[in-house]
Design a protein around this ligand. Structure first.
Ligand code: ADP
Length: 394
């Protein structure tokens, strides 16, 4: 008998992250992995449940061939199973998509219209969808949006002080990393319901980094705005910047949109500041003063946003660290929380050094919770399979 499984696909510019789940009462993860350097000599890593990781070097000219490589690597696992659903991470759902949606030709066309809003991500997300529709024509395909969790923002947090017509044309603060925040908010609901019902700041600190102010489970503010550039400095992205700098670079240094985009998205952040690496582990291990300065700036911006978000929430009950850095770097957590006893934030240093779940000792509960965006996508896909087809459009 063919038992149903579902796939999650998170397609980036040159990588696809994936996971496979059995659609049992509880979604049981069978495998997860990723293929990187699509478009050339790619590296595929697959972690099958109960087995050692496997690694393969393989040439993949495009997303479609990368997906074929993933399927080939997972073929033994998929024997006796049928792929009933495929859930996709889609970075931008605009103002229309506030919940996951079953993908049809019309939905795909609508999502393509958001490409100018997220030119470095959306086209690759859609390439992943097209490849999956080709590979699994009979499966239900579901789009899950990084912007959706933030769509309830109060107007003041949703707008820029530009003439009103720009807001009406979609120039708004969308906020991103919503799938991660949804997972973390759900985790709080299960294991710390008093926090879920309270005022929490979640810091998703990875190669991409942002913070979200969550009140009663609802996002009321995000450090990311119109694009995934705003807010915190990231691995290679600049974070908050005075728009006057952009005018200067255009008018005085003759930069065009392409050069600016490359500068802001790919050459800045930890990489640009340190001149060494975008990888925090490398910077933490470095004795170079520039590495320390890059880390200092990262911490400084996180603390500024923490200070800015607290009054937006009307006080603070919890602080959650997540993402590759938030989950693993005791140093970043220690430096972010240093000297904040007046705010109710103080750390148990042993718990912090051990990446324990609860690391605070003050009035504000401080937690480290690993995120799992794939599981959020898998849940939405299962709901669609069960016939609770998300309506998507509002
Ligand atoms: P992405 O946004 O690409 O999903 P991740 O959430 O995987 O990124 O986070 C990647 C970041 O996490 C990198 O800067 C990496 O150096 C950092 N990181 C991972 N493990 C550790 C660790 N043990 N100590 C410090 N930083 C870490």
């Amino acid at each position: 008998m063919n038992t149903p499984v579902l796939f999650t696909i998170n397609a980036g510019s040159s990588s696809i992250k994936f996971a496979i789940y059995e659609v049992a009462a509880h979604l049981q993860e069978l495998a997860r992995g990723q293929i990187s350097a699509i478009g050339g000599h790619s590296h595929l890593t697959v972690h099958l449940r109960g087995a050692l990781d496997t690694h393969q070097e393989i040439d993949t000219p495009d997303h479609s061939s990368a997906l074929d490589a993933i399927l080939a690597a997972c073929a033994p696992l998929l024997e006796g199973h049928i792929i009933a659903g495929v859930g996709h991470r889609v970075v931008h759902g605009g103002t229309a998509y506030t919940t996951p949606v079953v993908i049809t030709d019309q939905v795909l066309d609508a999502l393509a219209q958001y490409q100018p809003l997220a030119p470095l991500h959306q086209p690759h997300n859609l390439a992943g969808i097209r490849a999956a529709r080709h590979a699994f024509p009979d499966a239900v395909q579901v789009a899950c949006f990084d912007t959706a969790f933030h769509r309830g923002h109060p107007w003041v947090n949703d707008t820029f002080a530009l003439p009103r017509e720009y807001y009406n044309r979609g120039v708004r603060r969308y906020g991103f990393h919503g799938l991660s925040y949804e997972y973390l908010s759900g985790a709080l609901k299960r294991e710390a319901p008093e926090l879920h019902a309270g005022r929490v700041i979640i810091a998703h600190l990875g190669n991409g980094a942002s913070m979200c102010a969550v009140k009663n489970g609802i996002s009321v503010g995000s450090t990311m705005g119109f694009s995934a550039l705003d807010g915190l400095p990231m691995g290679t992205r600049c974070g908050q910047i005075d728009p006057g700098v952009l005018l200067y670079l255009i008018q005085e240094e003759g930069m065009d949109a392409e050069a600016l985009s490359d500068l802001l998205f790919k050459q800045s952040g930890l990489k640009g500041l340190s001149g060494i690496s975008n990888d925090l582990r490398v910077l933490e291990a470095s004795a170079e003063p520039a590495a320390k300065q890059a880390i200092d700036y990262f911490v400084f911006r996180i603390r500024r946003e923490l200070g800015a978000m607290t009054p937006v929430l009307g006080g603070l009950d919890g602080l959650v660290f997540s993402g590759g850095i938030g989950e693993n770097s005791a140093r970043i957590r220690r430096e972010v929380c240093a000297g904040l006893d007046w705010l109710g934030i103080s750390l148990d240093q042993d718990a912090n050094n051990n990446n324990a779940r609860d690391i605070g000792t003050g009035a504000v509960r401080v937690m480290v919770i690993p995120t799992d965006e794939e599981r959020v996508i898998a849940r939405a896909t299962r709901e669609a399979l069960e016939g609770h087809a998300p309506s998507g459009k509002q």
